[in-house]
Write a protein that binds this ligand. Structure first.
Ligand SMILES: Cc1ncc(COP(=O)(O)O)c(C=O)c1O
Length: 435
């Protein structure tokens, strides 16, 4: 297999259609013309796989799918309109009818909203556990559990998951482990190498890197055998009656059946399709993934070390720093560098009641006076960005949930970009001098 950087460039695309464009073209068409009625019938019946209608897939999207699968070391992928959609269709396809999900309580706030409210509305039960507690993962598993779900690196506190331990627990229970590798990126960690069966991404973040386009991808590592306990997975192993009298497992087999179900059912029915233009934008970003992530990772560590000795900061949450609770896991899982998304707590009292307004005013003064680093609810961008979790990304959580997650009102999340590190340090120093 070629090296990681080489795979970022051609995977999924071989110029072959005149005029042989060197860079993948955008197939901006809603639908595809069939050569004959017989060809159309074969495509609709899944007897052959090909271009049909862009809600299901487009050639530009398929190049992106092959490329992300190549970077994650997987065998198939499905790209959709956002990371949120990738998480939703992945879990829906695995949980089936009557299934139960065990998920890390440290998940991204939008994912918690999806699982805790929307999935609950539809009667899909989810148990949240502390991702660092193997006993809690084991205790939460029920006979009807169908999937375990966590992030390789959570945010804003940059907790590193012990992927192997959670994968072993999932496999002992006969269910797959899904890992959201958005913050990790396949350059820093490939969860499939540590036992994860499916890997999801918000491609909006590091895969794109330019902050222009939403997208999401799920990669099947080809490791989970739905045929082993076939009765538990009827949506894979029983006849797929909407199409014919065969099962997806028989027709597509290990590593391909999941993508076939996600595309032909969940993306087809719910419609969170990726536009060809956004697929193309994400492909442009991926070409420089390793260069960007390596630099952002080094910059983040430099900023974390600087902040750690700053008198206006009481805590820095970065696993690259010795003494951090997840330092040993970072050394094991992230040998190429730590995350470029981390957070720090300001040295102002996290007060309730009458003093809360004063705390708020001080936090706002720091954030509003940053000039190079921008206040944006995004991560993985070429620009350095801050976010105030308590009033932005994690504002839907109760105060108790935030406290349990280690997020205080004074916590600021930083996503290091590609600017000169010295300018970022000067910007932080200037703002922190106001506390
Ligand atoms: C870890 C993680 N997963 C999923 C998502 C959702 O992705 P998107 O915003 O592309 O829908 C986000 C978005 O912030 C995220 O940070």
């Amino acid at each position: 297999m070629t090296g990681f950087s080489t795979r970022q460039l051609p995977a999924g695309y071989t110029p072959g259609v005149p005029p042989n464009s060197a860079v993948p073209p955008i197939y901006q068409t809603a639908a595809y013309e069939f050569g004959s009625l017989a060809e159309a019938a074969d495509l609709f019946a899944l007897r052959t796989v090909g271009n049909l209608y862009s809600r299901n897939a487009s050639p530009t999207q398929q190049i992106l799918e092959e490329r992300v699968a190549a970077l994650e070391g997987g065998v198939a992928a499905v790209a959709v309109a956002s990371g949120q959609a990738a998480v939703a269709v992945t879990l829906l396809a695995l949980v089936g009818r009557g299934g139960h999900i065990v998920a890390a309580s440290q998940l991204y706030g939008g994912t918690v909203d999806l699982l805790q409210e929307t999935f609950d509305d539809f009667g899909i039960p989810v148990t949240f556990v502390d991702q660092d507690d193997p006993a809690a993962w084991r205790a939460a598993i029920r006979p009807e559990t169908r999937v375990l779900f966590a992030e390789s690196i959570a945010n804003p506190l940059a907790q590193v998951l012990d992927i192997r331990t959670v994968a072993d627990i999932a496999h002992e229970a006969g269910v797959p482990l899904v890992i959201d590798n958005t913050v990790g990126t396949p350059y820093l960690v490939r969860p499939g190498e540590h036992g994860a069966d499916f890997v999801v991404h918000s491609a909006t973040k590091f895969l794109s890197g330019h902050g222009t386009s939403l997208g999401g991808v799920v990669v099947d590592q080809g490791t989970f055998d739905f045929g082993r306990e076939a009765a538990r997975w009827p949506h894979f192993t029983e006849p797929y009656t909407r199409v014919g009298d065969f099962s997806l497992w028989d027709r597509f087999g290990q590593g391909q059946a999941f993508a076939a179900l996600v595309k032909s059912k969940y993306v087809h029915d719910l419609g969170p399709s990726l536009s060809p233009f956004n697929a193309w934008q994400i492909l442009q970003g991926i070409e420089t993934l390793d260069l960007r992530v390596a630099r952002q990772s080094a910059t983040a560590l430099a900023l974390a070390r600087h902040l750690q000795q700053h008198p206006a900061v009481t805590a820095v949450h970065h696993p690259g720093i010795a003494g951090n609770r997840w330092h040993a896991l970072a050394e094991r899982y992230l040998p190429r560098g730590g995350p470029s998304v981390f957070s720090f707590d300001l040295a102002v009292t996290d007060a309730a009641g009458a003093d809360a307004a004063k705390t708020q005013e001080q936090v706002a003064r720091v954030i509003d006076s940053l000039q190079v680093i921008r206040l944006v609810a995004n991560i993985g961008d070429a620009r350095s960005l801050v976010n105030h979790p308590a009033s932005m990304t994690h504002s839907h959580l109760t105060a108790a949930q935030r406290a349990a997650a280690g997020i205080s009102f004074t916590t600021i999340r930083l996503s290091a970009g590609l600017e000169d590190p010295s300018d970022l340090i000067a910007d932080l120093d200037r703002a922190l001098a106001l506390v």
